[in-house]
Design a protein around this ligand. Sequence first.
Ligand SMILES: [Zn+2]
Length: 312
Amino acid sequence: MKLTMLGTGRAVVTGCYNTCFVLHEEERYFLVDGGGGIGLLRRLKSAGIEWSRVRNMFVTHRHMDHIMGMLWMIRMICQAAKRGEYEGEARIYGHEEVIRILKEVSCMLLSEQESRFIGKAVKLIPVEDGEEQEIIGHRVRFFDIHSAKAKQFGFTMDLSENDRLSCCGDEPYNDSEKEYVQGSRWLLHEAFCLYRDADRFRPYEKHHSTVKDACGRAENLEIRNLILYHTEDMDMANRKRMYTEEGKQYFSGNLYVPDDLETIDLEADECSHDGTQEEENGEDDAVMEDQHVRSIRTALRTVRGETTGRDS
Ligand SMILES: [Zn+2]
């Protein structure tokens, strides 16, 4: 299983895309959140993922930076289905409120000729707190994170018999999620800003964490690999370095602060990047080339036995 971050930013960002990601294995794709708009389609293209192959999706909550991109997926699917160019179906999971909004807004914005494919080409599937679904061949359990802002679900996915990947959505972990999250091999957790910048960005009044908070929680939860996302975007060139430096003081496992379009191999417990900053250059070919170079470097490191080389 691999994870590709399409976006890593908080709601109002311009230096990167809003937080959303794809879990993928053997050409099967599970998209989690859509970000704030058509940037989702651009990010999928840059990542080399054909939008029409993404057949499983999940929206954590109704906020614009998570749900709006999914409307574009629904539009793309319905229009392709109308042209007779979409075989099979896609499934979008979410709690009842998310599903109701996706359905109502899509029907308001799309033509009747398009929206009639909702429920056919694209199935909107409400899930309950604690519900299990099989998605891209793995058991996924959804759970309510008991947000005070907008109803929000996270999830945990079984990677193998003993390993799980858990996602707490865009709010801090709380103990109601313990049975799903504790001991996960991988945890995706928000980190709004550095602890030393808390006065500047005020994460707590927005129900968000600092890097220090997120790392301390992950340490207590015996997480092996922690991925931080949903951050501010004031210094993208130094975000990875600064967040990693602060986080390492509070977390003893592998800490990842991915940039947009970074892919992490969840089997290798090693990031497939070379530690340099990905530039936002708008050139899809250049991005594809970068990814190619990164995979060669990762392969070389593996051959040389540098299995802990991700921070070098
Ligand atoms: Zn958000």
